[in-house]
Design a protein around this ligand. Structure first.
Ligand code: ASP
Length: 309
C-alpha cells in the first residue's frame, strides 16, 4: 500500500513556557490528537485527502483553544471576522472565504465556494449571502466568545495596535489552524482557517485565505498550510514559494520548506511556520518561532504531537 499521511497545526508561536501549565498543555495536545486521529481515520479508510483536511480543521475550529471558528480573536469592533481556504492538489480546485461572521466552520464554507460556485474567493457580505443561500445556520457571538481572547482585546482595544498571536508578549497565544494530507492514491490537499489578528480593522485580511500565500496544494509538488505574520506571508507568497523551489529547483519537501521558513521569510522580517506534505507522504513542519502547535501521523506508524522545539 502507498504511504499516506496527515499533518496539522494550531498556530506558530506559543504561550511562553512559564505560562503554559501542565493541564493546559495536555488540553492542547488532546485537541490536536482528536483532529489528527479523525483526519487519519478518513485516510485509513481510503478516503480523500480533501475530506481528511476538512474534518481535521473543523475539529480545530470547534476547539476554543485555537484562533479559528470558536475562540477566534476579536476585531476592533469587538466582533469576529474569520478567513479560511481549502485546495485540492489533484485538480487545483480551490475555495476561500474572508471576513465572514457567525459561521461555525469557515473551512466548510470555503469548500462550498470551491464545489458549489464558479468562484475561488468570496468575501464579506457576499460570502455571507452565499452561505445564506446554502442554508448555513448562523451562530450568535456568544458561541465564538472566549474569555482569554476577550482579555487580549481589552488590553489594546482603544489603541491603534493590532496584535498578531505571534508576538512574544507574555500573554500571547497563537492559533490559526491548518491541515495537509496525502491519501492512499497519492492525492494531496491543504486547508487553513483563522480569526486573524486581535483588534484588526479596515477589513484586514491575512495570508490564511489567500491561495499561494497561506495555503496551496498541487500533486506535482506539495500541500502547504501556513501560520505566521500574515502581511509577510502574503508578500513572500510563502506556500507557493515552497512549491516553486520544489518544481523549479528540484528541492525536496524538507529542504524547500526549511529554506522558505528559516531563510527567505526571515530575511523579510516574517515569523511563523508551516506544515507540508508531498504526494509520497513525506511531511515537513518547520517554524522560526519559539514553538508551533503541531501533530503528524503516517501509515508507517510514525506519530508526533508537539508544541515547543
Ligand atoms: N496568518 C494569520 C493571519 O495573519 C495569523 C496566524 O497565523 O495566527 O491572519
Amino acid at each position: 500500500m502507498k504511504k499516506f499521511s496527515i499533518a496539522i497545526h494550531g498556530g506558530a508561536g506559543t504561550l511562553v513556557k512559564g505560562m503554559m501549565t501542565q493541564e493546559l498543555e495536555a488540553k492542547y495536545k488532546s485537541d490536536l490528537k482528536a483532529a489528527l486521529d479523525q483526519g487519519y481515520a478518513i485516510l485509513n479508510e481510503g478516503g480523500t485527502a480533501l475530506d481528511a483536511v476538512e474534518v481535521a480543521v473543523k475539529i480545530l475550529e470547534d476547539s476554543p483553544l485555537f484562533n479559528a471558528g470558536k475562540g477566534s480573536v476579536f476585531t476592533a469592533t469587538e466582533s469576529h471576522e474569520m478567513d479560511a481556504s481549502i485546495m485540492d492538489g489533484k485538480t487545483l480546485n480551490a475555495g476561500a472565504v474572508s471576513l465572514i461572521t457567525g459561521i461555525k466552520n469557515p473551512v466548510s464554507l470555503a469548500r462550498d465556494v470551491m464545489e458549489q460556485s464558479d468562484h475561488v474567493f468570496l468575501a464579506g457580505e457576499g460570502a455571507m449571502k452565499f452561505a445564506k443561500e446554502l442554508n448555513y445556520t448562523l451562530e450568535d457571538d456568544t458561541y465564538f466568545y472566549d474569555e482569554f481572547r476577550h482579555k487580549q482585546w481589552l488590553e489594546i482595544k482603544d489603541t491603534d495596535q493590532f496584535q498578531l498571536d505571534h508576538s512574544t508578549k507574555k500573554d500571547s497565544k497563537f492559533g490559526t489552524v491548518g491541515a495537509v494530507a496525502c491519501d492512499q492514491n497519492g492525492n494531496i490537499a491543504a486547508a487553513t482557517s483563522t480569526g486573524g489578528m486581535t483588534n484588526k480593522k479596515w477589513g484586514r485580511v491575512g495570508d490564511s485565505p489567500m491561495i499561494g500565500a497561506g495555503n496551496y496544494a498541487n500533486n506535482k509538488t506539495c500541500a502547504i498550510s501556513c501560520t505566521g505574520s500574515g502581511e509577510f506571508f502574503i508578500r513572500g507568497v510563502v506556500a507557493y514559494d515552497v512549491a516553486c523551489l520544489m518544481e523549479h529547483k528540484n528541492m525536496s519537501l524538507h529542504d524547500a520548506s526549511e529554506e522558505v521558513i528559516n531563510k527567505r521569510i526571515l530575511e523579510i522580517g516574517g515569523d511563523g511556520g508551516l506544515i507540508a506534505v508531498d504526494a509520497k507522504g513525506n511531511i515537513a513542519m518547520p517554524f522560526n518561532t519559539e514553538g508551533m502547535y503541531r501533530a503528524s501521523k503516517t501509515s508507517e506508524g510514525e506519530e508526533a504531537i508537539s508544541i515547543y522545539k
